[in-house]
Design a protein. Structure first.
Length: 256
């Protein structure tokens, strides 16, 4: 690697560290200063979560702009004319990198998310996920009921059915939650696929392991889910869920 390439990688490593610090520290400061003001000015719990999520949206727009300026990541959207970002819908996507959530948050003014307990209790980010009203993974029935309520209220809900980032070897088996929700609701289900090339911030990849050139994050709007096709016309709940799970996995895997 040439001296210029080494310096370029070092600059981008510093930029990555800066972005991590900005998200963690910025989230902590928003929780202390901005979100309490939003709570006071909001008319209720739902209004507060929508307003906080819009604040997160604006913050992520700034973060993604900085990531482009720092030569870390460039976004490419495909088939985005299929998407109405203000329409209530369930977003189903693979999850190749830590930053895909940030970019989706920058694209959707309101977006509910499902979060694991470790993020719910994270010192720097727990104030963000709780103020935003994100959905904590609890028992299956409570989780499903809360998700259905959000969707019936016309909100956007993002679910990564793998439950974690995609490993380098390919898609993990999908968890049952998304399929159960799809079978039990009538909401629009928009399938997204995400590719990051060269890979950055993947599962088991160190934050400082940056590629020698800017990463390109490709987000593609695929088809709206056809429930009858996905369930195979199956009326029995458990079998229908299994069919939807297999359909989603195959569809996303074949689209990557």
């Amino acid at each position: 690697m040439s001296l210029f390439s080494r310096i370029y990688v070092l600059i981008r490593q510093i930029g990555t560290a800066f972005i991590f610090s900005l998200i963690s520290g910025g989230g902590f400061l928003l929780s202390l200063i901005v979100f309490p003001v939003i709570a006071l000015l909001s008319s209720g719990k739902e209004s507060k979560s929508r307003n906080v999520q819009y604040c997160i949206h604006l913050t992520f727009k700034g973060v993604t702009f900085l990531m482009r300026v720092l030569c870390l990541v460039r976004l490419k959207k495909h088939n985005w004319d299929k998407i109405n970002v203000k329409e209530g819908q369930l977003l189903i996507s693979n999850h190749p990198t830590l930053i895909d959530y940030v970019y989706l948050g920058a694209l959707f003014p309101q977006m509910d998310c499902v979060v694991k307990s470790e993020l719910w209790d994270n010192f720097f980010l727990k104030g963000v996920v709780r103020a935003a009203g994100y959905i904590k993974v609890t028992d299956p029935q409570t989780f499903k009921n809360e998700c259905i309520k959000r969707l019936e209220d016309g909100r956007v809900l993002l679910i990564f059915p793998e439950g974690t980032r995609t490993p380098a070897e390919g898609l993990k088996t999908f968890k049952k939650g998304a399929a159960s929700l799809i079978v039990s609701s009538t909401c629009k289900v928009q399938i997204l696929t995400i590719k990051c090339s060269p890979p950055i911030l993947m599962k088991s990849q160190k934050w400082y392991d940056v590629p020698p050139k800017m990463a390109v994050l490709n987000i593609t709007a695929q088809d709206v889910l056809d429930r009858n096709q996905a369930t195979g016309g199956e009326s029995k709940l458990i079998k229908a869920q299994a069919n939807v799970n297999a359909y989603l996995w195959n569809y996303i895997n074949d689209s990557l």
